[in-house]
Design a protein around this ligand. Structure first.
Ligand code: BGC
Length: 472
């Protein structure tokens, strides 16, 4: 397949397109369920008499559930398959969405949001994992990031649903219940698509793996060569214990994956996603204006994710990651200045919105899609499920940490100080990415593993000969 466009890939293999689309419905729910609660809380607090602590618990229980979901599904994705794990998450979405909508007490709601979180944590990485293992190398960046496009669309849908239902009685129940519909689509959809060829090969089902690969490739693709690569790696990487993540040749990529996971959250993305109206209200806007501008932020997130999806296989992951993260630093510095100097707030009130738009656009072309994409590419087959699970747990853990320190942090060092801190962290991220993140564009997953292991062997040989030289 010489054309890198995902549309071409999808047109040539409708089955591949269907598989990627259904898998990405899990991403849509990840976005919807994390985004919907900010608007719903305004009504839950009255209906269920939820105080500050209870409200934070309603928000936080989903994030804690996501950590648990990411942990469990590392095991089930290897054992039961990527496909059945996704099917399971669809079923949990349906039950937990309806359960949360029918909750009669804060305790029940917290419980159901936790269960919902298990599905969110699962879908967050098994979606990219499933799509990555199905995709042809030249279109993998766009196809996997289709999942991130679904996440951002889910967030936007949640903002719009919150807005649309805000005048309807019993509204928060509808806001939460609606998540059951895509959950059902996900579960039924996963019944109609195949297992990934790489999972089938690792389960010893080689003939089926070859059949699936043939059905999702075109006549121009060398299916036999790709299959040989998969089998070779499956034989090399047969053991899959958690301890294998610490193997010296896996460790460098684990550092990259965990670094991306942590930086994606500690540049403060979810303070903007969850608290945008609060930040905007601090610029002097009323409720209505703040919500309308929040929708503008949601639209920007979707539009720039589309830009990323179309560019990732052309300009590569590194270029987008470095450009996007540099943009984050600039916008955070502007926000820090805005909240530090009252004259700016007075003379140039629009600056906060412009900086937030630049911030979200920069995240959407870089760290947003690239983190989930890279963790689906850089780990060897034998540890891919577990290494992705650990990276996702770390990401959700830091999401929880940042979301719950934001209001305390702004209380302690002010909004200006908080955004300055995020900007400095962003500078650290640019340096780390420039030094450590490899380019994976256009390579098969097996070639990426070969390249990483080759680099590791070369480094080892280099330091061994340096040690020998220093001894003589
Ligand atoms: C992140 C989420 C974030 C979303 C925003 C995802 O890649 O993992 O934490 O809310 O992007 O678009």
């Amino acid at each position: 397949m010489s054309d890198t466009s995902i549309l071409t890939a999808a047109k040539r293999s409708p089955l591949l397109a269907r598989a990627a689309a259904f898998a990405a419905v899990g991403g849509f729910l990840f976005g919807y369920d994390t985004g919907v609660i900010s608007g719903a809380l305004l009504f839950i607090q009255d209906d269920l008499h939820a105080g500050d602590f209870a409200q934070q618990a309603v928000v936080g229980s989903l994030l804690l559930g996501a950590i648990v979901g990411a942990a469990i599904s590392g095991y089930t994705a290897d054992r039961l398959s990527r496909r059945w794990t996704k099917f399971g998450s669809g079923c949990i979405y349906v039950v937990a969405s309806i359960g949360s909508a029918l909750s009669t007490s804060v305790g029940e709601l917290i419980g159901f949001r936790f269960v919902l979180g298990v599905a969110v944590g699962t879908a967050s990485f098994v979606g990219p994992l499933y799509i990555s293992e199905m995709s042809p190398p030249k279109a993998r960046g766009g196809l996997v990031s289709f999942n991130q496009l679904a996440v951002t669309s889910g967030i936007l849908a949640a903002y719009l649903v919150d807005y649309g239902f805000s005048g309807v009685s019993g509204n928060w129940r509808w806001m939460l219940a609606l998540g059951a519909v895509p959950g059902l689509v996900l579960a039924i959809g996963m019944l109609t698509v195949p297992h990934t060829p790489r999972w089938l090969a690792s389960a010893g089902r080689e003939d089926q793996a070859r059949d699936v690969l043939r059905s999702i490739r075109t006549d121009d693709d060398d299916v036999d060569a790709e299959m040989d690569g998969i089998l070779e790696e499956t034989h090399d990487e047969s053991s899959t214990s958690w301890r294998d993540l610490m193997a010296p040749k896996v460790r460098p990529m684990l550092v990259v994956g965990l670094g991306l996971a942590i930086f994606q959250q500690i540049v403060g993305i979810n303070t903007v996603i969850y608290y945008a109206p609060t930040i905007l209200k601090a610029t002097g806007l009323g409720n209505g204006g703040a919500i309308a501008q929040t929708v503008a932020i949601g639209v920007t997130n979707v539009v720039f994710t589309i830009v990323a999806v179309s560019l990732l296989d052309k300009v590569g992951r590194r270029a987008l990651l470095l450009t996007g993260t540099s943009g984050l630093v600039v916008s955070l510095a502007v926000l820090a200045a805005y909240f530090t100097f009252p004259t700016l707030q007075h003379d140039l009130p629009i600056l906060a919105l412009l900086a937030l738009i630049l911030y979200i656009a920069s995240f959407a072309i870089g760290l947003g899609p690239v983190f989930w994409l890279m963790i689906s590419e850089i780990y060897p087959q034998g540890v891919r499920g577990k290494a992705m699970s650990l990276s996702s747990m770390t990401n959700w853990g830091f999401n929880f940490l940042v979301s719950f320190t934001f209001l305390t942090l702004t209380g302690a060092i002010g909004r200006g100080g908080t955004f300055l801190l995020y900007a400095l962290i962003g500078v650290g991220a640019v340096v780390f990415f420039a030094a450590k993140v490899p380019e994976t564009k256009g390579k098969t997953l097996e070639e990426i593993t070969g390249q990483v292991e080759g680099d590791y062997a070369a480094d080892e040989a280099g330091s061994r000969s340096a040690r020998e030289r220093s001894r003589t």
